[in-house]
Design a protein around this ligand. Sequence first.
Ligand SMILES: [Fe+2]
Ligand SMILES: [Fe+2]
Length: 272
Amino acid sequence: MDSDKLKGLRVKEERIQLDLDNYFLRHNDPKRVCNEKEVRVVKKKETKKIKTGLVTLATVEADAETSSLIERADKFLGEIGYTEHGFRHANLVAHIARNIMYRLSFPEREAELAAIAGYLHDIGNVISREFHEVSGALISRSILKRLGMSYSEIAVVMNAIGNHEEEHGCATSSVAAALIIADKSDVHRSRVRSTDQLVFDIHDRVNYAAQRSFLNVNPETCMITLEIEIDTSISQVMEYFEIFLSRMVMCRNASKFLDCKFSLVINKTQLL
Ligand SMILES: [Fe+2]
Ligand SMILES: [Fe+2]
């Protein structure tokens, strides 16, 4: 499907909803084709790519080694008190990264690489949280090489994964930029493992307080806006900034790489 047809499937003001259950594009246009139809179109397209030998998100999702490592990585992080980093987060980041690229009319294949990088980006946690972006890039290299991806595409995915954490990374390609924005936008109560608010740390509190998260990508105004609704009886907006300011700065720089501006709106107030 060419990019013009893909554009036709999108609505001007559509939103990318970050909730896993509803991560498909939201639509305001009553004449628009339904989400399911769009999903079918994407699946058909992915099947065609598998036949032609290109590694797609579907190929990676179906890989047994990848699934085992993501599952184990999430368990290990759970043991040291981190929020959810499993299939929910991997799938969500993959779809959001791809949608950012689609919305900004990047080539279809580049969008697919962003989806693959999004799916694999936290796989390095299976070794250690420390430098998981580097170990994740190397693990992904061996998986993608085995699956038959070209070395030049592997390089793009490795670079994106290696640059997704704010401590050591920055946007060095459009794929890396989309991954950064998708990853840092995933703030949601469904990531909190414990239901006992008495044992919440600040990360749990902020995530649990986030009742809804939306990422709006507006190609006309070149604005990428993260909208979050926070229950301030659980966590104050200041707490969000305390732990997420560096991430928001990273998102701003990544948006700049995509020739867009980044904006943060919490409880309908623009803060960045
Ligand atoms: Fe990470
Ligand atoms: Fe992540």
